[in-house]
Write a protein that binds this ligand. Structure first.
Ligand code: SF4
Length: 338
């Protein structure tokens, strides 16, 4: 499996609350190939960010990863299960920032307000690349230049609040890429930006991906962005992957009723003029004490009583590289287990 960089299988992360056990992830499985971009989409609360945090072992308390595997493959094909590593241990700290980096959702709250952007980039370089402060400083300036920051020397002395949103996001990318990671977990990196800056950042990420040969897990709820950046897509709903397929196949032939409705709810210029925009009825339930049925059943117009309410459908391959978690597309509609 040398072509795979990360293989996640049956990942379960739960939050132990006074109200009960909130199953944020309840059996997430996917893989990311070398130099591939996997787009992960779904509504807020479906588990996209928790998946990235579980892989890096930075799930906030009272969350705990309670099951599954997340194997990180080396070039020789050997693998390490990240979920077996101690969240505060040396081994995972050597991987974070070096082999796997993360761009967080909101740069204003992710960057330290009391350190200059230059110091924040140098920190990762000093931990993973060189102990020489001068060399680290030069690396930091090179990184700022690479992500398109004008006049890196002066801007490296600025604090995050002195920069625009687009600049701060570029600084986040510079920090994440400063040690040439093999895998980048990008958690909604363009959500807070206006569309022109968003287009520039996406272009920049594509260029750096080619230059550095890295893989990307791109988390977003924006299907337009997914169409732009992803090779393959995993659609998440209530802590599970409900459909995965190459990006063109998913847009051309969506199978899961949730994916079908997500795609129908994209506004298109000139189409459906004067009609109401299509929405998905209902809301995502809170994943505490959910019944063992299809998690989408309460919102699904094609639900089959007596089938969909018996057990959670398994994620089954229905065509080459196309898997779906729905009884409508399983060989026989018989009840399957997770
Ligand atoms: Fe709808 Fe049934 Fe498919 Fe679930 S399994 S998405 S309820 S048809």
């Amino acid at each position: 499996m040398v072509d795979t960089i990360l293989e996640v299988d049956d990942l379960k992360t739960h939050f132990f609350l006074d109200e009960g056990v909130l199953k944020a992830l309840d059996g997430v499985s996917f893989h990311i190939g070398k130099q591939e971009t996997l787009g992960v989409i779904g509504e807020s609360g479906c588990g996209k960010s928790v998946t990235a945090r579980s892989i890096l072992r930075i799930v906030p308390s009272p969350g705990q990863t309670v099951g599954g595997t997340a194997k990180l493959f080396s070039d020789g094909g050997a693998s390490r299960d990240l979920l077996k590593l101690k969240p505060t241990g040396e081994e995972i700290r050597a991987i974070r920032g070096k082999e796997i980096s993360m761009i967080f959702q909101e740069p204003m709250t992710s960057l330290s307000p009391v350190h200059t952007v230059g110091d924040q980039i140098e920190e990762a370089i000093l931990i993973h690349k060189t102990q020489d402060k001068k060399e680290a400083h030069q690396f930091a300036l090179d990184m700022l230049d690479r992500v398109g920051i004008p006049n890196p020397k002066d801007l490296s002395k600025a604090y995050p609040f002195q920069l625009s949103g687009g600049m701060r996001q570029r600084v986040m990318i510079a920090i994440a890429l400063s040690c040439n990671p093999k895998l980048l977990l990008a958690d909604e990196p363009t959500t807070a930006l206006d569309v022109t800056v968003q287009a520039q950042i996406l272009e920049l990420m594509k260029e750096l991906q080619q230059e550095l040969g890295m893989s990307i897990m791109f988390i977003t709820h924006d299907l337009g962005v997914i169409a732009e950046v992803a090779d393959r897509v995993a659609v998440m709903y209530l802590g599970r992957v409900v459909e995965s397929a190459p990006v063109k196949e998913l847009f051309r032939n969506p199978l899961h009723p949730y994916t079908v409705n997500l795609l129908k709810s994209i506004p298109r210029v000139g189409r459906g003029r004067g009609k109401k925009l299509q929405t998905i009825q209902g809301t995502v339930p809170i994943p505490i004490n959910l019944p063992q049925c299809c998690p989408f059943m309460a919102r699904c117009e094609q639900a089959m009583p007596g089938v969909c309410d018996k057990a959670v459908p398994a994620l089954e391959q229905v065509a080459e590289n196309h898997s779906v978690r729905c009884y409508l597309h399983h060989e026989n509609n018989e009840v399957a287990s997770t």
